[in-house]
Design a protein around this ligand. Sequence first.
Ligand SMILES: Nc1ncnc2c1ncn2[C@@H]1O[C@H](COP(=O)(O)OP(=O)(O)OP(=O)(O)O)[C@@H](O)[C@H]1O
Ligand SMILES: [Mg+2]
Length: 357
Amino acid sequence: MRWRELYPEWQQAVDELVASRETVLVLGGIDSGKTTFCSLLLKLKHQAGMQVGFVDLDAGQTTVGPPAAFSSVVIRKPYELLQDLTPDSLAFLGDVSPVRHGALALAGARRVLDDLTLLQPDSLVIDTDGYIGGWHGRAYKLMLIDLLRPQVIVALQRKDELTPILDALRRRADWNLHELPVPQAILRKSPPFRAQHRRAAFARYFERAQSHTLPLEQFSFIGRRLGGGQPISDARRRYLADQVRAELLHAEMVGDSLHLIVRQPLSDAQIETLMTLASVDKLVMLPQSAYHNLLVGLIDYTGRCYGLGLIESLDFKARTLGLLSPVRSVDPVRWVQLGYLRILPDGTELGEPLRDG
Ligand SMILES: Nc1ncnc2c1ncn2[C@@H]1O[C@H](COP(=O)(O)OP(=O)(O)OP(=O)(O)O)[C@@H](O)[C@H]1O
Ligand SMILES: [Mg+2]
């Protein structure tokens, strides 16, 4: 088969791993061939008649499932490309990198692995992202590996970029470490290529999305500031609004700050009055349109993320949330997990102006 000529450096390890039922985690910097290695191993295991599970822990350059999420799938039927498979489990990260969201990423990784284990695949292959640099990249990878405890770790290295991670991994006896070079056939992807790949993956995910409306009473917001505070009663909110003669659509105390959603921006004098009345040092004021196009995860009553959505409207008068999502129904939604990206349904990323959301 052609792969032997393309990746001669991998031959021995691949032959050994195809026959084994051990869980394999693939580690490496960006463009080190991690996904190529996983795809090859999965294909060969599938061809050998195994029902193999794939865990995709790269939320930036996803293979299965939409970006900004981890996913996992058991491969039961013949397939051409991994991207054609529908994930059996998703975990919403809300961002394309785990850099600022270590705890969320670790929890999500554990969930997609546990969900897959329940489906009893014959063996498992785990792909990871290329975030290995600095002490934080190392710490994240070591925590991830310690949390998932694969029996085999494949480390793909160009030069010596994995040295600090490998040094720590070699000291443990609970996994087998295969240190392999990056074959010549593995090319680097340019940043525009990466951005385009992600855009296309988002666009594919939202291609058949529909508008849905959920009553705010049906679910809790999680993940960001909104919904994370002590509610302020309607009477108290109306009192505060009357004092400054402004429309306060939503108000809550989050820690020691007053989180407000307003129809019109408030003047400095109005802000000062409100801060005095509420005895707070900090006031966050957002228009309700601030949440438009925010990427969210839809979590059901068993804690499973069963789809992603984009906020179309957040209406505190009508007490509804409007979402664009490919999910069939929003009836099971119990948590709406607010993400860190604002995107258009065609996948265009609008960045994150919602710092205080
Ligand atoms: N057989 C091949 N022929 C041509 N190009 C190849 C081949 N195998 C791999 N590549 C190229 O090498 C690139 C990098 O490989 P791959 O995507 O597997 O690396 P990665 O470590 O998963 O990258 P990332 O950090 O983006 O997750 C691929 O996008 C592809 O362009
Ligand atoms: Mg990859």
